[in-house]
Design a protein around this ligand. Structure first.
Ligand code: NAD
Length: 358
């Protein structure tokens, strides 16, 4: 069966890094058909909207989306609904992408890039699974109101609503348990069940889903403790599952343990394993068009695409091994360069990964 991949390069360094990932993705001999459409600022410039109908249709009709990055300062004065970032929100909504998978891997060759001591982080390999479409970020009602009773009576008050429906917790828990099965079978669910009703409900529901995964060891941790443990002993974690709010913070904290934003891939999945794969960094307009950006986060996103949307685990591992091989050869783009290594351009890094694949 031919797999259709939508390629949405976007803005800034998006086209340069996506080009390298595409070269790698199509070099593996898989039955893949790709089609490219503009997204973000590039789509606004060409069609007056960051997510034009043709781009959205392509995304909907594809097994997976390889996404570069969107955003540029020159679009900052546009109305909110026309800003490049709206394209990502639109795609998440249209495709129901509720599960965000963010691995934080610190390759031994880059151990010095972390702000933590090498012995604490070297060899780090964790996966944060964040619920992406619910929680206090989307809960209704929300807004500003006048308090009607109590000590703040008559004052204006800002408020949001935190809630999770059972099906929302169950589906993200299933994704996390299945991801844990593909790794070392350890899952830590992070919540604030000592204070929040929503969290207690989350915890009870995850425990119930766990009955279907007796091969995975489930633990629970409060968010405040998790934030501490992540910097104290990050290698204690394998897969972490959490809600939208806590996941937003923990995934950035975990990413920074690695110290190198140009290395971090991500995936956003729906219930049928259709997914959007993108580097965790932005469009880096400050270095766009110079052929110096690090394409490895996007190349590793292509590996995630193979693993999670196409089920091509062996090919995904091939890409990941090739990336490790080029690091071992001492090749570095400017962002991860250190004395004693060899500085290469975006396209040279792509060449090296392609060579290491063979
Ligand atoms: P950024 O991630 O684009 O850049 C932060 C810094 O990291 C910059 O100095 C940049 O040069 C560097 N950098 C990022 N990726 C790199 C790479 N692959 N190789 C080498 N260096 C890299 O964040 P920002 O500067 O805050 O945002 C720039 C634009 O990107 C904004 O318009 C923002 O809205 C957008 N953005 C988009 C996404 C996305 O598409 N998912 C995510 C974050 C930010």
């Amino acid at each position: 069966m031919t797999h259709k991949i939508a390629v949405l390069p976007g803005d800034g360094i998006g086209p340069e890094i996506t080009e390298q990932a595409l070269r790698v993705l199509t070099a593996l001999g898989l039955d893949i058909e790709t089609e490219t459409q503009p997204v973000g600022g590039a789509a606004y410039a060409a069609h007056g909207h960051p997510l034009p109908p043709a781009t959205l249709e392509l995304a909907k009709n594809s097994s997976a989306i390889l996404f570069g990055a969107v955003g540029d300062w020159k679009y900052d004065s546009l109305a909110r609904e026309l800003r490049p970032e709206q394209a990502i929100l639109g795609l998440r909504k249209a495709l129901g992408l509720f599960a965000n998978l963010r691995p934080a891997i610190l390759y031994p060759q880059l151990a010095n890039a972390s702000s933590l001591k090498p012995e604490v982080v070297a060899g780090l390999d964790i996966l944060i699974v964040r619920e992406l479409t619910g929680d206090i970020y989307f809960g209704q009602p929300r807004g500003v109101r006048t308090v009607e009773e109590g000590p703040f009576k008559g004052e204006r008050q800002g408020f949001d609503t935190m809630h999770y429906a059972e099906s929302e917790v169950r589906r993200i828990a299933h994704i996390a348990f299945q991801a844990a099965q593909k790794r070392s079978r350890k899952l830590c669910s992070v919540d604030k069940a000592n204070v929040l009703e929503t969290s207690q409900f989350w915890r009870d529901t995850v425990i119930d889903v766990a009955k279907e995964y007796s091969d995975v060891q489930l633990t629970h941790m409060y968010i405040d403790n998790a934030a501490m443990q992540l910097v104290r002993a990050p290698k204690e974690f394998d897969v972490v599952v959490t809600g939208n709010l806590f996941g937003d913070i923990l995934s950035d904290e975990a990413a920074m343990l690695t110290g190198s934003i140009g290395m971090l891939p991500s995936a956003s999945l729906n219930a049928s394993n259709q997914g959007l794969y993108e580097p965790s960094h932005g469009s880096a307009p400050d270095i766009a068009g110079q052929n110096i950006a690090n394409p490895l986060a996007t190349i590793l996103s292509a590996a995630m695409l193979l693993r999670y949307s196409l089920g091509a685990t062996a090919e995904a591992k091939k890409i990941e091994s090739a990336v490790e091989a080029v690091l071992e050869q001492g090749l570095r783009t400017a962002d991860i360069y250190e004395p004693g290594t060899t500085r290469v351009s975006t396209s040279e890094m792509g060449d090296a990964v392609l060579k290491a694949l063979k």
